[in-house]
Ligand binder design. Sequence first.
Ligand code: RB5
Length: 148
Amino acid sequence: MEIALGADHAGFHLKEEIKGELQRLGHGVRDLGTDSDESVDYPDYAARVCRLVTGGQAGRGILVCGTGVGMSVAANKLPGIRAANVCSEAAARLSREHNDANVLTLGARLLDEHQALGIVQVWLETGFLGGHHQRRIEKIAELERKQE
Ligand code: RB5
């Protein structure tokens, strides 16, 4: 799968580790920055990654900031994005099974590398369950349409 990847300065080092892991797992990676630990604004990177996901050039997106919170708040402003800020493998699995999350956000200041890579792997290999969860996803899309 093609994965769009982005981070702010707080997430830069973890993003680099995730990039290596994604490549080892055989995924294509679109790294949209940032490229150093110089201070930048996380919404800029959330927008870059989410545009590739909603445009279909990437199957999923992964965003890293200090907590994952800012990235998820920004990403969820974009129609068609269901971003999940995840701190455990259980939440990663459920965000895919129930919410069909298409963007994963991670907190580099809250997770060690081992935890983060485990979350990424579970999140990528878990499918959406559909069924009654699909109805709820459609209601989320309906909420977006009502805001337009
Ligand atoms: C940057 O200091 C920090 O605010 C950012 O990485 C993120 O944690 C925001 O939610």
